[in-house]
Write a protein that binds this ligand. Structure first.
Ligand code: BGC
Length: 388
């Protein structure tokens, strides 16, 4: 369940973090160094930085989700009186590796990495490990390496379950057309989201509530309540958006071109996140044979909150990035103090079980958007029109 954190609690956390940082970070008087940073084009530029102990590497500036993380990281580190360098990989694992190497060479003690490609990031993580740097996998799990110390994440299976459950709640009768879309196969989360959605949707496909319209692989597996990673991989391979808006749009267009009018009408769409949901929703809305659609999302991106207010996207899953950032900083501080961050579970990355403390998520639709997203202070009301 979503818990609102009071300003006082937030202030207290930040004050404690500031004290811990003061106790353990290198003196901010360290000689300024020049460091390569990824620009929005994915090339490297030079920027002045001061001494710091923690570096953050995020996947791309092309998606609002990661700009959000950058802003919230900056706010939290600034409030803690601590310098951090945040680099972007721009969808390129080679840039990601160069960013990690740059941070290592500047003497950081902890690197927070959200991998562009789960497996490709293993080499960079190993380099950090070899240099004695702690590696925190952020939001996405780095796979196929023992060189991951901790995983800061939301409960991604529950994200998929929230999406699937929303479609189920809105469906009546049988034979409802269901269109499935997934994230990038190079992102471990795409599997966790799909797994969660399948957990709840499969019984409703088996009982005839839904009929899958755009994946022969999913149809071939529809009698199986639990899928292996390979089986999920087959479906994802057919319905992946690659987390890209244009790929999502083209795929939705292709699916609608292939579908007959009888496969349309009142449709149900599992869209993996907000960016792809907006593309897919626009495409379905433009098809005259689609009379209504229910579509999922995740991230509570501002553009999708506006879509929800306007009735163009049905729901999103709020993953409060403030919590994730606070968890990452808490874990980094623990390592800087020679301690180990708290874990409540582990995630297998193909080689080891990585300790983690996943955070809860909240389903948001028109009925609770004001309470969950505005009143909680997540986004300012002034950024939206038509709010009641
Ligand atoms: C994140 C989502 C995000 C997606 C695309 C996933 O790993 O968990 O929040 O929308 O990547 O960037």
């Amino acid at each position: 369940m979503f818990k609102k954190r009071s300003n006082y609690t937030l202030f207290a956390i930040l004050a404690v973090m500031a004290m811990l940082f003061a106790a353990c970070s290198p003196k901010a008087t360290a000689t300024p160094t020049t460091a390569p940073v990824a620009t929005s084009e994915g090339t490297t530029a030079t920027e002045m930085t001061t001494g710091f102990s923690v570096g953050v590497v995020l996947p791309t500036k092309d998606e609002p989700r990661w700009i959000q993380d950058e802003t919230r990281f900056k706010d939290a580190f600034k409030a803690a009186g601590f310098d951090v360098q945040i680099l972007f990989s721009q969808g390129n694992s080679a840039v990601e590796k160069a960013n990690v190497e740059s941070l290592i060479s500047q003497g950081v003690k902890v690197i927070v990495i959200c991998p562009q490609d789960a497996t490709a990031a293993a080499a960079a993580a190993q380099e950090a490990r070899d240099a004695g740097v702690k590696v925190i996998s952020y939001d996405r799990l780095i796979r196929e390496t023992p060189a991951v110390d901790y995983y800061v994440t939301f409960d991604s299976v529950s994200v998929g379950e929230a999406q699937g459950n929303y479609l189920i709640e809105k469906a009546t009768g049988t034979g409802n057309p269901l269109y499935l879309y997934a994230g990038a196969a190079s992102d471990n989360n795409a599997f966790l989201f799909f797994q969660g959605a399948w957990n709840v949707l499969q019984p409703k496909i088996a009982d005839g509530t839904f009929v899958i319209k755009n994946s022969s692989e999913a149809v071939a597996l529809q009698a199986k309540p639990t899928l292996t990673r390979d089986e999920m991989g087959k479906i994802i391979g057919q319905v992946t958006t690659d987390w890209k808006f244009d790929v999502a749009k083209n795929l939705a267009e292709a699916n609608l071109t292939a579908a007959s009018a009888a496969d349309k009408g009142n449709v149900f769409i599992l869209a993996p996140n907000d960016g792809t949901a907006r593309s897919i929703a626009d495409t379905f809305a433009a098809d005259k044979a689609v009379t209504s659609y229910v579509i999922t999302g995740q991230d509570a991106e501002e553009a999708s909150i506006q879509y929800i207010i306007d009735g163009k996207q049905s729901m999103t899953v709020l993953k409060d990035v403030r919590t994730l950032v606070a968890d990452a900083i808490t874990a980094a501080v623990a390592y800087l103090n020679g301690k180990t961050p708290d874990a409540t579970t582990t995630y297998n990355n193909g080689v080891i079980d990585v300790p983690a403390k996943p955070s809860a998520v909240v389903t948001v639709d028109k009925s609770n958007v004001k309470a969950a997203v505005i009143d909680s202070g997540y986004w300012p009301a002034a950024d939206f029109t038509g709010l009641q």
